[in-house]
Design a protein around this ligand. Structure first.
Ligand code: FES
Ligand SMILES: [Fe+2]
Length: 348
């Protein structure tokens, strides 16, 4: 599937960048589903997203600067409000009116969970609920915000794939001697609002060397991870890992589509322990090593992942690919509900 060729994905919220990146006062470029955007904070401190193209002579607005909650183009200084309207042309007398069609497209943009989220068109589903964010007894750690050369579907199915631990993660938590995956219990979630998804639960054995003891809250050489893994259509997932110690390690990912071959990996971590129990930096370093292992193998795959399972002979599957096949089924239903078929390129 060539993600940018499926218009329905324009109708969902996508996590784009941490608010902290905007608070420096410099406009920030971002490409979402192939659309070049510029983000900045408006006069009320809310994030705003505009097309990254000045309506005067097309300069990239991200090369401009923020002035009192407005965005000034770096070429001739035309200045835009958060709604995309030109509110100042410095070459004009101040009282001279500016034609109302002097504007650049503005997109829906909101702040949620410390990130700016953008929907390119009227969204058909809400942003997933993250009850741990800001809740008593939980801390939020912003783990990753980085570009990967892969597609959302590849990253998503990897995050539900129990068959790669013994290979990709054998240097970390994977138990090399146990390649047979544990089975997920899966319950589909169907919402009328177009979000949909499923809930998958399993228990796996996980290597627990001394370097992981503070992460797992346990000193056993092999511990268990009770995995409650949820898919949020189209491109988010939440993984709640509970260790026998009672420690919970809840990861939320937004696999934001940049183009057909790149995603923005956004990863939040919520923990029910304290900084004294396990420092945030240690948790970032721990998950960094693991995500490097996934990134390395995923960037070797073809980002144009098969979605329509009726296309035979493109990719072959095994039993443990069931969550990945269910993601495909749900994406196919979404495409069909919006009159789309899978768009894909020539076989690599
Ligand atoms: S191109 Fe932006 S003000 Fe001229
Ligand atoms: Fe992995």
């Amino acid at each position: 599937m060539l993600t940018t060729h499926q218009p329905v994905f324009r109708r969902f919220w996508h996590a784009v960048m941490p608010m902290s990146q905007l608070q420096g006062g410099t406009p920030q470029p971002f490409t979402l589903l192939g659309e070049a955007l510029v983000l900045f904070l408006d006069a009320e401190g809310r994030p705003a997203a505009l097309k990254d193209r000045c309506c005067h002579r097309t300069a990239k607005l991200s090369k401009g600067r923020c002035v009192n909650g407005a965005l000034e183009c770096g070429y001739h200084g035309w200045t835009y409000d958060g709604g995309g309207r030109v509110i100042r042309i410095p070459q004009y007398e101040p009282e001279r009116p500016i034609p109302p069609d002097y504007r650049t497209p503005a997109y829906r943009c909101v702040e949620r969970y410390g990130y700016a989220w953008v929907a390119l068109e009227e969204p058909i589903a809400p942003i997933p609920e993250l009850p741990e964010f800001g809740a008593p007894g939980w801390r939020t750690i912003f783990q990753f915000h980085e570009t990967w050369a892969t597609s959302p579907l590849r990253a998503l199915e990897n995050s539900f794939d129990n068959s790669h631990f013994s290979f990709v993660h054998r240097a970390t938590f994977g138990v090399a001697a146990q390649p047979r995956p544990s089975r997920y219990e899966i319950v589909e979630r169907r919402n009328d609002d177009g979000s949909g998804g499923f809930y998958a639960e399993t228990v796996i054995d996980a290597a627990n060397p001394p370097a992981f003891h503070r992460v797992s809250g346990s000193t056993e050489p092999i511990t268990q991870r009770h995995m409650r893994n949820a898919y949020y259509r189209p491109f988010c997932r939440r993984l709640d890992i509970e260790y026998p110690s009672g420690v919970r390690h809840v990861i939320f990912n937004a696999f934001t589509p940049i183009g057909d071959g790149h995603i923005q990996l956004c990863q939040w971590l919520f923990r029910n322990d304290t900084e004294a129990d396990c420092p945030a930096q240690l948790l970032i370093d721990f998950d960094h090593v693991i995500t490097r292992e996934d990134k390395d193998i995923l960037e070797s795959t073809d980002p144009d992942a098969l979605v329509d399972a009726r296309r035979r002979g493109v990719e072959y599957s095994m039993d443990s690919d069931r969550p990945g096949m269910l993601i495909r089924k749900q994406l196919m239903e979404l495409l069909a509900a919006h009159g789309e078929a899978e768009v894909f390129g020539p076989a690599a």
